[in-house]
Write a protein that binds this ligand. Sequence first.
Ligand code: ADP
Ligand code: MG
Length: 704
Amino acid sequence: MGQFLDNDIKFVAGVGEARAKLLDKELGIATMRDMLYCFPFRYIDRTKIYSIGEIDENLGTSFVQFRARVTGIGFAGSGSKRRFSVFVSDGTGSAELIWFRGIKWIEKRIEVGREYLVFGRPSFWRGELSMVHPEVENIEKALARKAESGLQGIYSTTEKLSGSLGTKGFYNIICNLWNIAANRIEETLPEQLMKRYGLMPLREALRNIHFPQSPELLRQAQYRLKFEELLGIQLNIQSHRTQRMARRNGFLFPKVGEMFNSFYNTKLPFPLTGAQKRVVKEIRQDTISGYQMNRLLQGDVGSGKTVVALLSMLLAVDNGYQACMMAPTEILARQHFATVSRMVEGLDIRVAILTGASKSKERKASLAGAADGEVNILIGTHALIEDKVRFANLGFVVIDEQHRFGVEQRARMWTKNLQPPHILVMTATPIPRTLAMTLYGDLDVSVIDELPPLRRPIRTVHYYDSARLRLFGFMRQEIAKGRQVYVVYPLIKESETMDYKDLTDGFEAISRDFPLPDYKVTVCHGQMKPEDKEESMRQFKDGEADILVATSVIEVGVDVPNATVMVIESAERFGLSQLHQLRGRVGRGGEQSYCILMSGEKLSKEARMRLEAMCETNDGFRLAELDLKLRGAGDINGTLQSGAAFDLKIANPTLDTQILQLSQQTAIELLADDPSLAKPENAGLQELKRRYSGERQRDFSMIS
Ligand code: ADP
Ligand code: MG
């Protein structure tokens, strides 16, 4: 603390109390440093001035500027619908500039007959160019403004703030901040390190990231800042790793005993695949190593992760420890409980369940059993991490479908013991192995890269809504063969009543076309009571219902091998990984299974590509790669970060792999030389490390 940049952002000219609050709320910007580390997501060349005739739809939605003369103004609408239009032309064409807000202000500044420089995002309506809320500047003034390189940053942030702080306002604050802060920026990296890798000093870098002096200097600035960011994270990851390795306090499971063996030899309903065997071996190695295990298990949907988890938990039980397994949803927890209970039937093992919906009797029994050691395996939801849940000797924790869990929740399992249990995190979201290791650093990675035998690839087709009759016909055929069908509706937010309306309408339509007594249709969604949901799922699981109409709550992990058809409604609204997850609900028995993607006729280019990709391949890994390509860099970060809990501002771990590796190697070397970064030349690094050990990151490293 105590650096100038730690000062509240409100003290910067142009901010003040109200805007400071807004900046904090919308963008998490509280201090001057936060603001200075809010980087442009794009740059535009402000030396380029278009003529109106040159601006067409091929330019997409990027910002452009042109100079033009005002030919007239006009008002339309009233009240909140009121709009102000300024008509301009430059001899090559004409355009309409539109304002819905701040009309008075802009009206005063516009003079018919004068020439202006107009800057904004073009849009087209019936071939006519228009711009909503552009920046408009007197041409003389604009030309007098000296831009150092012509490159001006565009801050993505302004969208969220639009109305109270536009592109220009945000930029002005950055300028004002720079004026007072430029000379107070303290370097984070040691001189020697910067020399060795040819890194730009921090001050230069911050200056060029906001006000590029040239494209080359901008590139260097970006490189430096990415490196700094990834190094900050790696310093935390690596120092925790060192500490963990120094502790050697992992529970030991030397015995492969009664439970494991009799399950393996007499209960296991199928031979393990080679990949499953390999992963069980890896886990076994970890649990006799003396170190605490921290393993990420990746395996495509249907690859058989559950049985690997069960075998590992039996290993724990054989060695006198308890195990628990945490699932992301109530339904999934109940299902795991049912599967595991069934599989270990006849063995001397007590399995219990605890979820938010547990009735008080179940709750009491599970809590007591966990605390006194009577319960060997406890399965549940988030409820497992509540403080009330105590274990006698928890030795092994399985976390299923990790992407649904926050890192903090994982970390809290750690505090259930004095000694940390072994942790196995299972996910179907494939992240390339090298990336996962560098990013999670302290997590070892296992991969199940082989599906159980006799799986026929699922056939995927895309139908437009108009083909619904054909769809129903096909569903009838499959049901006549004794199979079952899922019909899934998108649910973007639990609160969106519109989505529920789609689902209930759909449910009614299907019930009409598939009437009792020949058919039984059941429904399951988030607004139902837990016991109704459960009953509905039970009916489907037990084959009493032919069709399950559901929201994407079934997405994760549900296992009904007799279901062979997955119908996804409004498939264009789902992301690729979600579609793939949903598809993985079928094709679990030996029968040919189908996934039918329903959509409207009108599709964006990207939605169409997603649906095509789904029809083309069943390979989750390929789909994940494609997903990364289809989505913007920001989105990729978002996805990875939700798993990794890193709030990255500039680096993109999927693209900046080389910098990522360099930062990792650097962190290892620095810590080897100076484990607590106590040397004077490392003072900046210590500060950097602290900055990246924030709440979320700290929790993350706790599990390591
Ligand atoms: P996921 O990895 O998606 O969690 P599951 O563990 O639910 O997959 O397994 C999917 C299905 O495959 C289950 O019905 C399971 O019983 C079955 N299964 C798992 N391993 C094998 C195997 N080695 N041979 C045959 N079937 C298997
Ligand atoms: Mg699963």
